[in-house]
Design a protein around this ligand. Structure first.
Ligand SMILES: [Fe+2]
Ligand SMILES: [Fe+2]
Length: 166
């Protein structure tokens, strides 16, 4: 069974993952508005992935006889200056999520909830991948600068992100 502290923190993280999905969906909507369809597609996939993360927390809370209590979400940012601003924001967001996962990991350890700790290992590893993937796109966008032809190619490349790729 989850301790009340862990149950509350798991519900908070469920909100963070749903909020992440919402943030990426907002970014997709912006990219769609400037006809960067490949970027939009990539961001949609990312939003779906974040929803899956949220559902993992939903499942874990229930599996451990906890109670899922959904919280409200904030409206995500609607406008950005450029795709670079989108991905810089995404990187900043992922870093904040990593910090939240680390705090949760520390909490379950302090609460001696080793089942939750083992279960959270997947998220610790996943955040490494998330920061790496988003960071690579930031680097590419910085390299491209204001070259429209290169941005066009990157848009095509990102549009090829497959459903199974994480
Ligand atoms: Fe996530
Ligand atoms: Fe993420």
């Amino acid at each position: 069974m989850l301790s009340p502290k862990v149950e509350e923190a798991m519900n908070d993280q469920l909100q963070v993952e749903l909020q992440s999905a919402y943030v990426y969906l907002g970014m997709a909507a912006y990219c769609e508005s400037v006809s960067l369809e490949g970027f939009a597609k990539w961001l949609h996939k990312q939003a779906e992935e974040e929803y899956e993360h949220a559902m993992k927390f939903y499942g874990h809370i229930n599996d451990r006889q906890g109670r899922v209590v959904l919280q409200s979400l904030e409206a995500p940012q609607a406008d950005y200056d450029a795709p670079l601003a989108v991905f810089e924001k995404a990187l900043e967001h992922e870093r904040s999520v990593t910090a939240r996962i680390d705090d949760l990991y520390e909490l379950v350890n302090n609460e001696r909830d080793f089942a939750s700790q083992a279960w959270l290992d997947w998220f610790v590893t996943e955040q490494v991948e998330e920061e790496k993937t988003v960071g690579l796109i930031v680097d590419k966008l910085r390299l491209i600068g204001d070259r429209g032809d290169s941005l066009y190619i990157l848009d095509k490349e990102l549009g090829q992100r497959s459903q199974t790729e994480l």
